[in-house]
Design a protein around this ligand. Structure first.
Ligand code: NAD
Ligand code: MG
Length: 402
């Protein structure tokens, strides 16, 4: 029996993970769940999968969860606070950790799982973006298996040879073709983008996801973060990664080889496929996803991304090239700007402007791997600094708009 901890269980990926796991009760046992403050959904999940531990980061929500589960015969131990995330990610009886917290808030628990040598099912792409070197080193040192959940990276993983000790080039790989749907505004006239609402931005044509990643898909910052994610996961420079807009989201990404072959992974846009793949790898298990009806799909379209429409993509390439602390600033400023957009404090097109202002004001410096905690303290410091700079930029952008 494989013991699993699901970090971020009440979110979109967390719910899909429990859906897959519950189809295989002989194979998996959920030992721990975590959420920020959604105690109602957490209470339902606790009754359904009966974990030993349930973490609520918010202390009041933890109290409410305890009260809601008081009548359970063997209720889970309810823990409160962000430190408890690291505790459940490193339990000796936990074999696999699903890292599905959104944003840099997931970094420390993801890193703890990597250090503890767990199989790490990585949905929390922001952790790799801000601390790629630290996380990859930790996984290598402990022997943790890192399996990508992001559909594109999971597709690339499936299209690459299983072992490539001498790197991608030696394995004959010329390019990674990273597919993108183009989001809800792929064909919206650029002059209309300033007035789009949070609900319009979150209405993704193909995927149902949390609100932060949905806005990232609309700006294409999501694809930008995924470029950086791919650089770390597959040890490849950003020049080798080409973004391909593919509106149907049926091909989840491709790998181009030097003999002319292009390998692709196809499927319905449903995250239960990459989740099941990573849970069972190298085997295959049922995920609950409908089989792909290739005749209903009928056609597959491809186009290059429009740079003037998606400035965030340019900024992400810039951060990937600059390296060091640049991706930390990119990510932190983006998290702050997206939250401000969702709260209707700024317009949609201000997101990219704020990220660029933060990157200009906090130029990239190398991450000092010899520093405290191998650079982690530096990364966390720059993350905080960039959040403050982005908040300041929001005030300035707001002032010019008024
Ligand atoms: P979501 O917003 O639906 O869920 C986020 C989860 O994290 C929730 O359980 C929430 O309680 C928890 N959380 C939020 N803030 C927290 C904090 N400060 N501390 C601790 N926990 C916190 O998000 P999602 O769409 O499931 O995305 C999760 C991650 O997976 C993101 O990094 C996203 O980029 C990645 N991802 C998601 C999808 C998708 O289809 N949803 C696809 C690819 C990658
Ligand atoms: Mg993705």
């Amino acid at each position: 029996m494989i013991g699993i901890a699901v970090l971020g269980s009440t979110g979109s990926i967390g719910v899909s993970t429990l859906d897959v796991v519950q189809r295989h009760p002989q194979r998996f046992r959920v030992l721990a769940l975590s959420a920020h403050r959604n105690h109602e959904r957490m209470a339902e999940q606790c009754r359904a999968v009966r974990p030993r531990y349930a973490v609520m980061v918010d202390a009041t929500a933890a109290e409410q969860l305890r009260a809601a589960l008081a009548d359970m015969p063997e209720p889970p131990e309810v823990l409160a606070g962000a430190e408890a995330l690291e505790q459940i990610a490193t339990l000796p009886e936990v074999d696999y950790v699903m890292a599905a917290i959104v944003g840099a808030a997931g970094l420390l628990s993801t890193l703890a799982a990597a250090k503890a040598g767990k199989r790490l099912l990585l949905a929390n792409k922001e952790a790799l973006v801000v601390a790629g070197a630290i996380l990859m080193r930790a996984a290598q040192a402990s022997g943790a298996e890192l399996l990508p959940i992001d559909s594109e990276h999971n597709a690339i993983f499936q299209c690459l040879p299983p072992q490539r000790p001498e790197g991608l080039t030696h394995a004959g790989v010329e390019r990674i073709l990273l597919t993108a749907s183009g989001g809800p505004f792929r064909t919206t006239p650029p002059e209309d983008l300033a007035r789009v609402t949070p609900d319009q931005a979150c209405a993704h044509p193909n995927w149902s996801m949390g609100r932060k990643i949905s806005v990232d898909s609309a700006t294409m910052m999501n694809k930008g973060l995924e470029i950086i994610e791919a650089c770390w996961l597959f040890d490849t420079p950003p020049e080798r990664i080409q973004v391909v807009v593919h509106p149907q989201s049926v091909i989840h990404s491709m790998v181009q080889y030097n003999d002319g072959s292009v390998l692709a992974q196809l499927g319905n846009p449903d995250m239960r496929t990459p989740i099941a793949h990573a849970l069972a790898w190298p085997e295959r298990i049922i995920s609950g996803v409908e089989p792909l009806d290739i005749f209903a799909v009928a056609r597959l379209d491809f186009e290059p991304p429009a740079p003037e429409r998606f400035p965030c993509l340019r900024l992400a390439y810039r951060a990937a090239r600059e390296g060091g602390t640049a991706p930390v600033v990119l990510n932190a400023a983006n998290e702050v700007a997206v939250a401000a957009f969702l709260e209707q404090r700024i317009g949609f097109t201000a997101i990219g402007r704020i990220v660029e202002m933060a990157m200009d004001r906090l130029p990239a410096v190398p991450v000092d791997a010899q520093g405290p905690h191998q650079g982690l303290d530096q990364v966390l410091g720059v993350d905080q600094q960039a959040r403050a700079v982005a908040e300041q930029a929001i005030l300035e952008v707001g002032a010019t708009a008024a």
